[in-house]
Design a protein around this ligand. Structure first.
Ligand code: 5GP
Length: 178
């Protein structure tokens, strides 16, 4: 069996071992593994629009509309819920700034921020990324199809309490690291 060393990880030339994030959440294609890390390091090409010590942002290669951009942590994290507080704070700080710049330059008045987690939720690249997608008309940009006309009917008291306690327990930790 051939072994390749790439980006500090061993990749085995056998399909079953090729994906690092083969899980019940994300079955990412092999080309997507390590891609955004390489882009953030400047080892793979991108149209960079922003960079600091923690965050990197660049234009999407298959834009849904003009200015469609991706904002990522430089550090490899697959899902949003795996991100530590410091990285999340760094991203949160610059997201509005990047969105403002895209809107100002493109003239778009509306936009969506999209962040997918897991194959079922349309995530392809196994590295947390926030899409900023300008919306110029009903036809372009992100199409969102959900039925928002069904009011909440069931009793959610337990659900609400459970989620609130979970957040409280998490917040008691010194950081959001899992
Ligand atoms: P996801 O479906 O994982 O939320 O979105 C992945 C995004 O990454 C897609 O919008 C896709 O066009 C973009 N993408 C995939 N490969 C590349 C690449 O090599 N360069 C850039 N700039 N964007 C990419």
């Amino acid at each position: 069996m051939n072994v390749l060393r790439r980006g500090g990880h061993f990749f085995f030339r056998r399909k079953a071992f090729f994906c690092r994030t083969m899980s019940d959440r994300l079955n990412a294609p092999s080309w997507a593994h390590g891609l955004f890390e390489e882009i953030a390091k400047g080892e793979a090409p991108s149209h960079k629009i922003y960079e600091d010590d923690v965050v990197f942002a660049f234009l999407d290669i298959n834009p849904l509309s003009k200015g469609h951009s991706l904002v990522i942590p430089k550090k490899q994290v697959t899902f949003l819920d795996e991100m530590d507080d410091e990285t999340a704070a760094s991203i949160g700080k610059v997201l509005p700034r990047i969105a403002r710049a895209i809107m100002k330059v493109t003239g778009a008045k509306c936009y969506n921020v999209l962040q997918n987690n897991g194959s079922m939720a349309h995530q392809v690249v196994p590295h947390v990324h926030f899409h900023i997608i300008p919306k110029y008309s009903k036809e372009d940009g992100l199409g969102v199809g959900w039925d928002a006309s069904k009011p909440l009917k069931e009793d959610v008291t337990d659900l609400k309490k459970s989620i609130a306690s979970q957040i409280e327990a998490e917040s008691k930790k010194t950081s959001g690291k899992i």
